[in-house]
Design a protein around this ligand. Structure first.
Ligand code: DOR
Ligand code: ZN
Length: 442
């Protein structure tokens, strides 16, 4: 097939919707014929997609995923998790460093890039992890030496864990400040997992409960709040471009909002599980609902939706973190690994809200306001800018990399139908309105 015509779809653009016919040749967008009221140009191609009533987005970006390779292939591989991404309309992902070995050296990054080169369906970028001072020396070489320029192009930033999570990547004492300084100097986006190790350790020590809901008490909202306060302070001192990962609390959101008002280059993302699930879901999910940061009470979910509406939240990113079903069932409950899969369900869940529905089968709706243009901003434009990914827009001469959305398509989420190797989902049986299909290569 050499040419493809997408006829009559509506391109969702930041500047407004545009109904158009798009002609592509050999995977490149040729011309875009915007529909006017006048007579339509008759176009022909080897293949035609009739897209009346459908929406066109650039292939979506998920700027926070864990694809588990190398070393944790029982949970997922770049191949299986990329299939999951594509099936959910996502064609670009930014992958986290807590693999085995972790991505804390040029050699480890090179190995990941080598594996990713064998995957033609999805553009995988990688975060560089920093746990020790040596890692920052490697980072400096990666960023400044000519021989690494193509490797550097695949690296979207630095990821820093303030406390332990899966993979035990907590930055050593003193390294946090140094990481801020180096990232500021080299102008590298710095993504921080904000949970305070002292508060978490103290709460874990005092904890007497064994049930899974205690996870939300041990890693309490104050812990995130304290870590965000300190990260913002470090960003202010050093001038680093700070991005807060999976923001999950009301107060955290206020702190980011204030920092933005103060003119600091601070951005944040929120994960679908913090928008759609709450502590009330432990009852049905059990250990499947264990994540870091943990599920919060519904008032936090509501605040996060308000943060999307106000524009304080820059991105929605899945924090796709597959573990096998067996691993998640381990007892005692509080020792189960943290993390849920989500790269394939993120866009469908958001499309459902944009269609005016609420997908949670039990919990009351917050009736959040979300437009299709918001989904484009949250899952394409903002991550594309923040991490300088240079992913193509829908324009003439750009690579054809689109997500075609049927906004009224109704279906149900079932773990067995999803493509992640882990085979389960925290959204089992949820009713979805909206289906995204990828058109073109990346
Ligand atoms: O819940 C989580 N899972 N939070 C993290 O920080 C890591 C992730 C994982 O890799 O499993
Ligand atoms: Zn993560």
């Amino acid at each position: 097939m050499t040419s493809l015509l997408i006829r009559g779809g509506t391109i969702v653009r930041p500047t407004g919707d545009e109904r158009a016919d798009i002609l592509m040749n050999e995977g490149i967008i040729g011309e875009i014929f915007v529909r006017t009221t006048g007579p339509q140009k008759l176009l022909a191609a080897d293949q035609t997609i009739e897209a009346n009533g459908q929406l066109l987005f650039p292939g979506f970006i998920d700027c926070h995923v864990h694809f588990r390779e190398p070393g944790l292939e029982q949970k997922g591989t770049m191949e299986t998790e990329s299939q999951s991404a594509i099936a959910g309309g996502v064609t670009t992902v930014c992958e986290m460093p807590n693999t085995n070995p972790p991505t804390v050296s040029i050699a480890a990054l090179r190995e990941k890039v080598r594996i990713a080169e064998g995957i033609s369906t999805c553009d995988i970028r990688f975060f560089f992890g920093v746990t020790q001072s040596e890692n920052l020396q490697e980072l400096r070489r990666l960023w400044t030496e000519q021989e690494y320029s193509s490797l550097r192009d695949r690296c979207c930033g630095v990821k820093l864990y303030i406390d332990h999570s899966t993979g035990n990547q907590k930055a050593a004492k003193g390294v946090v400040e140094e990481a801020f300084r180096v990232c500021a100097e080299l102008k590298i986006p710095l993504v921080v997992h904000c949970e305070d190790p002292v508060l978490n350790a103290r709460a874990a020590k005092l904890n007497m409960h064994t049930e899974i809901a205690a996870h939300s008490l041990i890693r309490a909202p104050e812990s995130e709040q304290r870590a965000i306060t300190s990260a913002i302070e470090s960003a202010k001192e050093t001038g680093a471009q700070l991005h807060i990962a999976h923001l999950s609390t009301k107060r955290g959101l206020e702190l980011v909002g204030q920092a933005k008002k103060d003119g600091l280059p601070i951005t944040c993302e929120v994960a679908p599980h913090h928008l759609f699930l709450s502590t009330e879901d432990y009852e049905t999910l059990g250990t499947l609902g264990k994540i870091n940061p943990p599920l919060r009470t519904p008032d936090h979910c509501e605040a996060l939706w308000a943060g999307i509406e106000s524009g304080t939240i820059d991105c929605v990113a899945s924090d796709h973190a597959p573990h096998t079903f067996e691993e998640k069932q381990v007892m005692p409950a509080l020792t189960a690994p943290s993390g849920v899969p989500g790269v394939e369900t993120m866009i469908p869940l958001l499309l459902t809200v944009a269609a005016g529905r609420w997908p949670h089968p039990r919990r009351r709706s917050f009736q959040p306001k979300l437009m299709y243009a918001d989904i484009r901003r949250l899952c394409f434009d903002r991550p594309n800018e923040i991490f300088a990914l240079k992913r193509p827009m829908i324009e003439s001469a750009a690579k054809a990399n689109l997500a075609l959305v049927e906004p009224e398509a109704e279906w149900e989420i079932h773990g067995a139908d999803l493509h992640s190797k882990c085979g389960w989902t925290p959204y089992e049986g949820w009713k979805i309105t909206g289906k995204a299909t990828v058109v073109g290569g990346w």
